[in-house]
Write a protein that binds this ligand. Structure first.
Ligand code: DGY
Length: 319
């Protein structure tokens, strides 16, 4: 039987590409440039399966121009806001993602951002690196202590819970807002809030872990920033769409927000040049899941989904 044709849109981990090359008639975009709308449309006629990343946009308009060959879009990401799911489903195309395997990597990056933002990592690094460190005083670079502080988590899915587990190692008092209250074995003592607003009022540290949907666009807007305790620290490793960046900068200007740690931006790649001027914002270029172990696991999970589909089974991560 001839092998199924698979397009891998980006340069995934070596182990993933090796396995894919063994099992499929695969085309790999070694140039590693994001797949364009035109390329996706052409691919829909040439391939049975695509493994894309969040950098390829399956909008309703693009999907409407698809040919009939493509059967499965097996995302190499947990977030699927780059996919118009109803449009893909209407075309009979199966869509999967890669949950679980990136929760720890993303949660540890959130921890890095929280600590770095709270303890002046950007300004401190710059001062030492540029030779500008010429004095010391007890009032110098005084930050906000993480250990024992109150932490608010919006979105207690897998990544939110992994982050809560790491935060407990810092004796943080964990509060959360989620679409539903968690069973005790998942909540692990975290305090549930019925509204985002109620959570924000106690969130000395706030970390976002919910998906980007039309409902969560600009979830953190001016009104909500105003509810945070003075000098709060906000962390976003989920999606840039969740934060109104102008409102964040206003909150940083007023001191309502003391510092932010961001791995996601409204515009990616690139970020926000105005936000980049704030030394109390610790920024990383969307690398939450970027560890070797996790990237292998994501690639294998995407391939597991493709394998299951072509074996006539329901893929484990079907959406
Ligand atoms: C995800 O999996 O959603 C990460 O943001 C990487 O794409």
């Amino acid at each position: 039987m001839s092998k199924k044709r698979l397009w891998i849109t980006r340069r995934l981990s070596d182990a993933t590409l090796e396995r894919a090359s063994r099992d499929y008639d695969v085309v790999i975009n070694y140039a590693d440039t994001p797949g364009t709308a035109e390329e996706l449309i052409v691919a829909s006629a040439e391939f049975d399966a695509i493994i894309p990343c969040h950098s390829e946009h399956f909008s309703a308009d693009v999907v409407a121009q698809f040919a009939d060959r493509l059967q499965i879009v097996a995302n190499h990401s947990v977030g699927v806001d780059h996919c118009d799911l109803p449009a893909l489903k209407q075309r009979g195309i199966v869509v999967t993602n890669t949950p679980d395997v990136l929760s720890d990597a993303t949660a540890e990056l959130a921890m890095l951002l929280m600590l770095g933002a709270a303890r002046h990592a950007v300004a401190g690094d710059r001062i030492v690196r540029t030779g500008a460190w010429d004095s010391w005083s007890p009032a110098f670079m005084v930050g906000k202590q993480v250990t024992g502080a109150r932490l608010g988590i919006i979105g207690m899915g897998r990544v939110g819970r992994a982050f809560a587990a790491k935060a407990r190692g810092f004796d943080m008092d964990v509060h959360y807002f989620n679409r539903s209250v968690l069973p005790d074995d998942q909540a692990q003592g975290a305090t549930y809030h019925e509204t985002v607003e109620s959570l924000l009022e106690v969130a000395d540290f706030l970390s976002l872990h919910c998906p980007a949907t039309p409902e969560t666009t600009d979830l953190m807007n001016a009104e909500r920033f105003a509810l945070l305790p003075d000098g709060a620290v906000i962390v976003n490793t989920a999606r840039g769409a969740l934060v109104d960046e102008d409102a964040l900068m206003a909150a940083l200007d007023s001191g309502q927000v003391a510092a932010a740690g961001l791995d996601c931006f409204k515009v990616e790649p690139g970020g926000n040049p105005t936000l980049s001027k704030y030394e109390n914002v610790f920024m990383l270029p969307h690398i939450g899941s970027a560890t070797r172990k996790t990237r292998d696991a994501m690639g294998f999970r995407a391939l597991d989904n493709v394998d299951a589909f072509f074996a006539g089974q329901a893929p484990g991560d079907i959406l």
